[in-house]
Design a protein around this ligand. Sequence first.
Ligand SMILES: [Zn+2]
Ligand SMILES: [Zn+2]
Length: 393
Amino acid sequence: MPINNRIAAFQDDMTAWRRDIHAHPELGFEEERTSDIVAAKLAEFGITVHRGLGGTGVVGTLKGLGTGSGRAIGLRADMDALPMPEANDFDHASRHAGKMHACGHDGHTAMLLGAARYLAETRNFDGTVHFIFQPAEEGLGGAKRMIDDGLFSQFDCEQVYGLHNWPELPAGQIAVHPGPVMAAANQFEIHVTGHGAHAAMPHRGIDPVLVSAHIITAAQSLVSRGTNPADSAVVSITVVDAGTAANVIPDGARMLGTMRTFTEENHRRIQEQFARLVSSIAEGLGAKAELRFRPGYPATVNSEPEARVAAAAAAKVVGDGNVVWAPSPTMAAEDFGYMLKERPGAYIWLGHGGHRGPSCRLHNPHYDFNDAILTTGASYWASLVETILPRSA
Ligand SMILES: [Zn+2]
Ligand SMILES: [Zn+2]
């Protein structure tokens, strides 16, 4: 295909849909207007619509003209915006103060709608496609909510696919990882309990600030000494909060941070080692400390056979030379990892080109989705369906 000709004809429509959604951003689980639009468009294309999974989630189901395979796959787009003000002043900038589509989920929604329209017109595949429009990717785990509400029991997909626009990658390129793409992330909180005293008489108290300093330093050994150098992991302590005055040793201290890994084994091990370090350092210095983890998204890990299929489908659209195979993954997290724990599949990066310079990065207030890639993304989806569910098979 390169860019699918029929889909190229949807460029203006997809751009208009995308800009309309951009102008009306909705936060996680509040995607009422967006999901109304998605459901209405799917129905208009002749696709069976199911609503309510994960609250505002929408699933469209379409059968191809082929009748033999009995197979089904899922294609997923996220619909939510971020709680941040937009700094752009173009006509379709956010009309909702403090909310912005700064991660391009408006574009993901529009390109999956474009693919759905094309596939509903042509139905040149053998099997079933479930178009999964999920709420609340940004931190709230909408993918998990949809799964808990029966996504894969009601819409049984043998494989599931996702994509994200990627400003670090030139427009017209697609990157595919045969394994981990994004990290597992969690947050932690440490409470150190010491004993307050006059700063001039430290021997009368137990200094939680000194305990915290030792914990911060020791935490750096979790990755540098505890983790296989061939693996990747991050432990970042990002908030340190203690004390009220220069001459008072406070009673306690609080720290916050995040930890990221690509494997569950590393995740578990770092948690255990960290808990040991925190309690033993505190004990050694006469204090008490408690470490609590708040679980976040699991790692987003592609299965290799499905990643190869995704790369082949991508190559039909952008050409072999524009498919980047196995680039470095990122330590950012993504809730598509929940879906990939349920079903094999692949999550690809769609080059976005940073067409307005370095400020045009994800989650930046100047971020501006590159509408030129809507047809690339929609063509990739179409190519993926026709590659995995060929009619001649
Ligand atoms: Zn984001
Ligand atoms: Zn995103």
